[in-house]
Design a protein around this ligand. Structure first.
Ligand SMILES: [Zn+2]
Ligand SMILES: [Zn+2]
Length: 176
């Protein structure tokens, strides 16, 4: 639970509630892999009043950011890479349950304000997860591993490189 009492925003719409916290989270998953978090998540932002929605319900918004650093692996050479992550987060909350009148599906653009408080935990975790990079490289021009002997080609060429021919290509060459 990372929840905030937002009653002051409803009383005085010019109020802003600062949000500042650090979370000690040991790892994050992108759905397939877990990556260790090398730094606690640094959360900063504020909650403020937006106005009334079309049905006259109070809407408030969280705008902020999360920063941390992940330990991942180079996509080509498998070396450890420490990846700084900075994620901007914007989320709106509405008083009372907001549902789509046609489908009755819950509207995730607006999370509910429950008992005059909002919970930021889920949205922060979700948005960070969504922003874990799909691919990382230790450097732009990483040469990767030799597909035959597995040597890290960043440390120099391997023996098998010169022999890197495929008999199927020779057959093709003869046709030319
Ligand atoms: Zn690499
Ligand atoms: Zn090789």
């Amino acid at each position: 639970m990372f929840s905030f009492q937002i009653r002051p925003l409803l009383k005085d719409p010019s109020t802003r509630i600062p949000v500042k916290a650090t979370w000690d989270i040991s790892e994050i998953s992108d759905g397939s892999f877990n990556y260790p978090c090398l730094e606690p998540w640094k959360i900063q932002g504020e909650l403020f009043y937006v106005g009334l929605d079309e049905s006259g319900k109070d809407v408030i918004e969280f705008a902020g950011s999360v920063e941390t650093k992940l330990r991942m692996q180079c996509d080509r050479c498998l070396k450890q890479v420490d990846v700084p992550l900075a994620v901007d987060i914007r989320q709106r909350f509405v008083k009372g349950e907001k549902t789509d009148s046609e489908t009755s599906d819950y509207d995730f653009d607006y999370l509910p304000i429950v008992q005059d408080s909002v919970d930021l935990e889920d949205v922060i975790q979700y948005d960070v997860q969504l922003n874990v990079p799909v691919k990382v490289l230790c450097k732009e021009d990483c040469l990767g591993l030799c597909p035959i002997c597995g040597k890290d080609l960043n440390q120099g060429p391997c023996e098998c490189e010169e022999d890197f021919s495929d008999p199927r290509w020779d057959a093709l060459k003869n046709l030319l």
